[in-house]
Design a protein around this ligand. Structure first.
Ligand code: URP
Ligand code: ZN
Ligand code: ZN
Ligand code: ZN
Length: 472
């Protein structure tokens, strides 16, 4: 059935204007005023902004990690995402050395298929480069539409790859048309510092931050950026947390390298002192990279504003405090890293960013949706409000006030890292390909309605795979 959204302010990365949107067969078919919408269901967006659905480029749903599995899966995780205005997630598919990549991708398809309530895609982890892996990559791109590869420079003895692997991944990605993503921290130095801390009897959560200082993130970011320049390839640095990393990204961009950077809500609004909370509560705030001293927040905000950082991911990787985070009681290295954020990514950026004048409304859309679609081969199917695009739409009340709490969130875990935070603005209704997932703040979606998205190659437009270049 046709739908028409009326009376709202349409916001894209470029424009803000009053207009109507006509939706038919999952797509936006017309935009204008006084549209001929006979027989269409009318959705009144009075007093609201109408945004393209958020795209979360960084989630870890039901991911084995640190001797446990992240609690939100493709069901609870995507429902929570939808409540927060996200209509697409790109999740990290982990791979195992010596095993065909295809096996891992199949595992991820099984996890997601009948669960996701919004559209989704995968990035693929690369942990080794050899003839088998090189032989499989073209199929990964052409058949699975996976056009982004993730290399971990940290988590020694677990996920960490060496520099040769990173460099060869950069070269292959350039040849094949993929974007290389890095978790940039110097895993060898962290490994030494953590061993030393434990030997000295320093076991509390705060030592997680103290053994991963900003310099190790800055160093790894710079190394990855320099290797990208050498390979003439393309790089996306995930979860940038500090000034040292921003500086390296800016330096590389100033040289004309294709280096992009993502930050996350936690680094914009929380700081290192949270890890010192008593009764082991600091474990709730253990992320890698760790939360930083407060002065880094302003650097990150300014980098989003100036375009030195381009995107916001959630890095959703949630664990219960009781039964999961507490695996690290008495040894901070055993605290599963990560937190529940998939739901509040847009609302925090809107409230702290747009409402407080740090970024514009159009930048908000660019940072949470448009740029991500362009970088990851989804534009213009996703990431904008335009004729022909999927009708992934968020109707957003910019003035409602609420307090973030585990009592009211929709994620599966027993705490919220932003507990008690007052924010302004929240989604009222959310549509995925023209169907309501959230309607008047109630979940009305269907498990398994989300579609797997095959993505275009790096720098290309989704839809017309006639090698048409997307303007970043
Ligand atoms: O602490 C984090 N970031 N957990 C998720 C895994 C990762 O490194 O992104
Ligand atoms: Zn990471
Ligand atoms: Zn440098
Ligand atoms: Zn992550």
């Amino acid at each position: 059935m046709k739908k028409v959204i009326k009376n709202g302010f349409i916001v894209t990365a470029a424009d803000t204007y009053e207009g109507e949107i006509l939706i038919e067969n999952e797509k936006i078919v017309a935009i204008g005023s006084h549209l001929d919408a006979d027989g269409a269901e009318v959705i009144d967006a009075k007093g609201c902004y109408v945004f393209p659905g958020g795209i979360d480029p960084h989630t870890h749903l039901e991911m084995p990690f640190g001797g446990t599995v992240s609690k939100d899966d493709f069901e609870t995780g995507t429902i929570a995402a939808a409540f927060g205005g996200t209509t697409t997630v790109i999740d990290f598919c982990l791979t195992n050395k010596g095993e065909p990549l295809k096996n891992s991708i199949d595992t991820w398809h099984k996890k997601s298929k009948d669960k996701s309530v919004i559209d989704y895609s995968f990035h693929l982890m690369i942990s080794e480069i050899n003839d088998e892996v090189l032989g499989e990559l073209p199929q990964v791109i052409d058949e699975e539409g996976i056009t982004s590869f993730k290399v971990f420079m940290a988590y020694k003895h677990v996920f960490q790859a060496d520099d040769e692997t990173l460099f060869r991944t950069l070269i292959s990605a350039k040849d094949l048309g993929a974007l290389v993503m890095v978790h940039a921290e110097n895993g060898d130095v962290i490994d030494y510092l953590t061993k030393k801390a434990l030997e000295e009897g320093n076991t509390e959560p705060i030592y997680h931050a103290l053994t991963r200082p900003p310099e190790v993130e800055g160093e790894a970011t710079g190394r990855a950026a320099h290797l990208t320049g050498l390979a003439n390839s393309q790089l996306y640095v995930v979860h940038v947390s500090c000034a040292q990393a921003v500086e390296q990204i800016a330096e590389a961009r100033n040289k004309g390298f294709n280096v992009w950077g993502e930050t996350c809500p936690q680094y914009l609004v929380l700081d290192k002192t949270y890890l010192e909370k008593p009764d082991f509560e600091g474990a709730k705030y253990v992320w890698s990279p760790p939360l930083r001293d407060k002065e880094h927040q302003e650097v990150l905000w300014n980098a989003l504003k100036s375009g030195q950082l381009q995107t916001l991911g959630s890095d959703q990787c949630s664990f219960d405090f009781k039964g999961q985070k507490d695996l690290g009681m008495g040894d901070f290295t055993k605290i599963p890293n990560g937190g529940p954020i998939i739901e509040d990514r847009l609302p925090i950026l809107f409230s702290e960013g747009v409402k407080k004048g740090r970024i514009t409304l159009n930048q908000f859309v660019e940072i949470t949706s448009t740029r991500i679609a362009k970088l990851f081969g989804l534009f213009p199917q996703k990431g904008t409000i335009a004729v022909g695009s999927d009708a992934d739409i968020v109707i957003y009340d910019p003035n409602v006030e609420r307090v973030i709490s585990a009592d009211t969130h929709h994620m599966a875990v027993d705490y919220n890292a932003f507990e008690g935070m007052k924010i302004t603005g929240e989604p009222v209704s959310v549509l995925s390909r023209g169907e309501f997932v959230i309607r008047d703040k109630q979940f009305v979606g269907k498990l398994g309605s989300g579609k797997y998205l095959k993505r275009a190659k790096y720098g290309m437009r989704k839809g017309e795979e006639k090698e048409e270049i997307v303007s970043m």
